[in-house]
Design a protein around this ligand. Structure first.
Ligand code: GRF
Length: 195
């Protein structure tokens, strides 16, 4: 008898290409998991449309009046929804706000994020642009545990990505995203294998 797949919840603000790579890994049998719920702070986010197209429950959270975080009540609501859906691991995939105690506290060492640089280099926004400005020959992507800092949690895995002389912000970000789409499902498989 095979074990039931562990349930994950995905939180994202944008396009949802990392979500799509995780959903594809599950569909192709490369990752034994079930995406039980997708939540977004942005009702127009592509991640919600992509999830709904796949028949995965997807909800927009109430509008926040802050830009960099959610109100405690909204985080509390998000945590309740994730717990009610049976989520064991929360996967941040392009979630553009800081996660605070009302949500983080419900998933201690049960929340991961992907960041488009080789942390601890270039935390924060548009890390690929930061890499271009710094003139580094190599950047990459990092999957890490989420803590209360900005991109400061313990690193789980990284992939290096070369920076070419002719790179633009767009071309470099696109190359990093290709690496992300392989790294994230692999890390989830590693984290969930004993779940
Ligand atoms: C990714 O580059 C990820 O590293 C960063 O935000 C971007 C999200 O892209 N945190 P997508 O929404 O998964 O396409």
């Amino acid at each position: 008898m095979s074990k039931l797949p562990p349930k994950i919840g995905v939180l994202g603000s944008g396009n949802g290409s990392n979500f799509a790579s995780i959903a594809e890994a599950i569909a192709k049998g490369r990752l034994h998991a079930e995406i039980a719920l997708v939540l977004s702070d942005n009702p127009a986010a592509g991640i919600l449309q992509k999830a709904r197209a796949l028949g995965i429950p997807a909800e927009a959270l109430p509008q926040s009046k802050f830009r960099t975080k959610l109100e405690a009540e909204i985080e509390k609501l998000a945590a309740e929804k994730l717990l009610a859906a049976g989520v064991e691991l929360v996967v941040l995939a392009g979630y553009m706000r800081m996660v605070k105690a009302p949500l983080l506290g419900k998933f201690p060492r049960r929340m991961v994020n992907i960041h488009p640089s080789l942390l601890p280099a270039f935390p924060g926004l548009e890390a690929w642009k930061q890499a271009l400005v710094a003139g580094v020959p190599v950047t990459g992507c990092t999957v890490h545990w989420v803590d209360k800092g900005m991109d400061t949690g313990e690193i789980i895995a990284q992939t290096e990505v070369p920076v070419f002389q002719e790179d633009t912000a767009e071309s470099l970000h696109a190359r990093i995203q290709v690496a992300e789409h392989t790294l994230y499902p692999r890390v989830l498989k590693y984290l969930l294998q004993d779940a």
